[in-house]
Write a protein that binds this ligand. Structure first.
Ligand code: ZN
Ligand code: ZN
Length: 347
């Protein structure tokens, strides 16, 4: 089969690989019908994920059809259409039992990082009982494509932020994860969603699609000015909840500065550098920080919301490429060509 691998130094290549086989009883082999490229794949190529293993098939965001299921897989059979969690988790350890599957003692982010991922024709999915979510008949593969990663991340970020009816939620970053975060935050009935991004086209999309009520472009503004604008639209208080989904140079500082006292600040972004936590400056603000690493186990709920027409991610799809053209897809995605948000890889 064709598969996209990297060499550990940032170079990718489409190569021939043997089709994966069942190894453990809990495994399933999934034929990939749609996959995509995630910013985390670019983090691997830039060397920002030290545990990522070279010569591994990249990719962890996909849907497909079960081809083979191990003896321990009882809920899924060959032919089932499924969305797959970006995280591998046993479901039984201390962390999994509490829903903190990102910290599973036997899993975590493995697919496309330490074991072969989905930018290929087939993929072996460990702990398939936990990783797979059936796609209902009325939901297309593309409708469900983002369930296992960026939608799971948006869902998780919005939940951690404790969004309440009427509250003012600020989302930093209007890229794919920022937009899914806004979609999921809206389900809790906030008073207003404030989107911040330096990319005007992304802000325009957030506003036009009704995901953001207020948009702020922090480019050419200092953080004092950004903070003042946020206060202006939040009765002088600052945002009740802030979700930082950008991971930019100063977005961590922006996140805690635009938060009102006693707010929750969720950091779902993945930083490539250390960040400064200036405790003297934030003394008395009584903030709660929640650090990143999505617990991608709410897939069933997210799928229900898609089936019910309450979540729709079609606006994220900018382009489609066959697997044979995936190098070009990487180039366009990384360059954000023509405002590219997400690319879809087809068989
Ligand atoms: Zn990802
Ligand atoms: Zn576990």
């Amino acid at each position: 089969m064709k598969a996209l691998v990297h060499d550990g130094y940032g170079t990718i290549a489409l190569v021939d690989r043997p089709r994966p086989r069942l190894v453990e009883p809990g495994d399933a082999i999934v034929r990939v019908t749609r996959s995509t490229i995630c910013t985390s794949d670019l983090h691997i190529l830039r060397g920002a994920v030290p545990r990522a293993l070279p010569d591994t098939v990249l990719g962890h965001e996909f849907v497909g059809v079960v081809e083979e299921a191990g003896l321990g897989v009882t809920s899924f059979s060959p032919g089932d259409r499924v969305a797959v969690s970006c995280e591998t988790f046993c479901g039984e350890c201390f962390f999994c039992r509490r829903g903190w599957v990102n910290n599973c003692e036997h899993g975590g982010w493995l697919l496309g990082c330490t074991i072969d991922g989905c930018q290929a024709e087939y993929v072996r999915v460990p702990y398939a009982e936990n990783a797979l979510t059936r796609i209902p008949d009325g939901v297309s593969d593309e409708d469900a494509l983002f369930v296992g990663d960026i939608l799971a991340t948006g869902w998780w970020g919005a939940r951690l932020a404790e969004v309440e009816p009427g509250s003012a939620v600020a989302v930093i970053g209007a890229g794919p994860v920022g937009l899914t975060t806004m979609m999921c935050a809206r389900l809790a009935g906030p008073g207003r969603v404030i989107a911040l991004d330096v990319d005007e086209s992304r802000l325009a999309l957030a506003r036009e699609r009704g995901l953001a009520d207020v948009v702020i472009n922090p480019a050419e503004k200092n953080l004092d000015e950004v903070e003042a604008i946020v206060r202006e639209v939040t009765s002088g208080r600052g945002a009740d909840a802030v979700i930082e989904a950008a991971g930019g140079e100063d977005t961590f500082e922006m996140a805690w500065r635009i938060a009102r006292p006693n707010a929750v600040v969720v950091l779902s972004a993945m930083y490539e550098r250390d960040q400064v936590l200036p405790l003297p400056q934030m003394y008395g603000k009584n903030l709660t920080f929640k650090t990143g690493g999505v617990d991608a186990c709410g897939l069933g709920e997210v799928m229900e919301l898609i089936a019910a027409g309450r979540l729709d991610t079609s606006l994220l799809i900018s382009r489609r490429y066959p697997l044979s053209d995936i190098l070009e897809a990487y180039r366009a995605f990384e360059a954000r060509e023509d405002g590219c948000l997400k690319v879809v890889i087809t068989p």
